[in-house]
Unconditional design. Structure first.
Length: 328
């Protein structure tokens, strides 16, 4: 197997790769928790973490010995670890000009020595680090660093397995279960911080007729191409899921219903003008109907939010299809 080349110096690409993992702000998962527990026990360190570096923050997918779930990126050691392919080792932070005045060194969690192994995606981007942290000066031995490297590879494999398990095999969209998990994150963010978010439901018009007339292989082609169009037009932070059959859903963070409608209308027009070439060479155009539900205080569960968007989408169907409605 050809080794993956690490991509350095492409920060927009790196951030996009991180967001494609759809892992930020998700709940704890045993596969990652087990790794940090093993790091802590094997290296006899008080702190271990799987750290992911977003545009302006460091977020911990798994952590032990830390009381916070994230820190500013500007003070993180792991933001230095992702800049290279080699382990990033600090024997004494107080003796290093980059960290001597760091808030995480001079206050909780009192980092004094650090070992971080870059965590790389299948595309070659360093999205974070597996790190071991001690409260005392320390030289990490070659054996300890090698162990950390092996455990970092396990984290990378778990990230890839997680991504595959969460993806619809036909379209590459999130599965219904994975989409609902992301909806939970947005609902929690809304109730904590009041951040707006809209959910869009989409259903391909007359899809049964496509299958009946052109066959299921052609129908699969249509589903893949619709998904690819959304992928091309959506923002990096937007989340696309396939709920089943010809139904799709999109989460639009930081977006009101009105702004969501403007985005949906742009996509709706793009879709109706897009000609698809089917496997047999036939050419076809399809349309879709859309429903939008902005997150409100009464919504506490993903199914409630999906039902509101679904109601609006069926209103669009009844109104003549190839249109968009907003949940009242």
């Amino acid at each position: 197997m050809k080794p993956i080349r690490t991509v350095l110096g492409d920060e927009p690409g790196r951030i996009a790769a991180l967001h494609r993992l759809d892992i930020l702000d998700t709940e704890a998962e045993s596969a990652f928790e087990d790794v940090v527990a093993l790091v802590r026990a094997a290296l006899h360190v008080p702190i271990a973490a799987v750290s992911l570096i977003d545009a302006d923050r460091q977020w911990f997918k798994a952590r032990v010995g830390l009381d916070v779930s994230e820190t500013p990126r500007s003070v993180s050691f792991c933001s230095h670890a992702i800049e290279d392919t080699e382990p990033f080792l600090i024997a004494d932070a107080l003796e290093d000009v980059r960290f001597a005045n760091n808030a995480l060194v001079n206050g909780p969690p009192n980092v004094r020595s650090y070992a971080g192994i870059p965590i790389r995606t299948a595309e070659g981007y360093n999205v974070g680090a597996l790190c071991a942290i001690d409260h005392r000066p320390r030289q990490f031995t070659p054996t300890e660093v090698a162990m950390l490297c092996n455990l970092a590879r396990i984290v990378e494999k778990e990230l890839e397995l997680r991504r595959i398990a969460d993806r619809d095999a036909l379209t590459g969209c999130l599965t219904r279960r994975a989409f609902a998990e992301r909806a939970v994150v947005e609902i929690d963010r809304f109730h904590r911080y009041g951040r707006p978010c809209s959910l869009v439901m989409a259903d391909i018009d007359h899809f049964k007729a496509v299958n009946d007339t052109h066959g299921h292989i052609a129908g699969d082609c249509v589903l893949r191409e619709v998904a690819q169009l959304v992928m091309q037009l959506k923002r990096d932070g937007d989340v696309l899921g396939r709920l089943g059959g010809e139904e799709f859903a999109v989460l639009l963070p930081e977006t009101s219903a009105g702004a969501a409608r403007a985005a949906v209308d742009r996509f709706r027009r793009t879709l109706e003008q897009h000609t698809m070439t089917l496997p047999g060479g036939e050419r076809l155009r399809v349309t879709a109907s859309f429903g939008i539900a902005e997150l409100i205080g009464g919504i506490t569960m993903p199914d409630e939010w999906l039902a509101a968007a679904d109601q609006a989408m069926y209103a669009a169907k009844r109104g003549g299809r190839n249109r968009c409605e907003i949940c009242a």
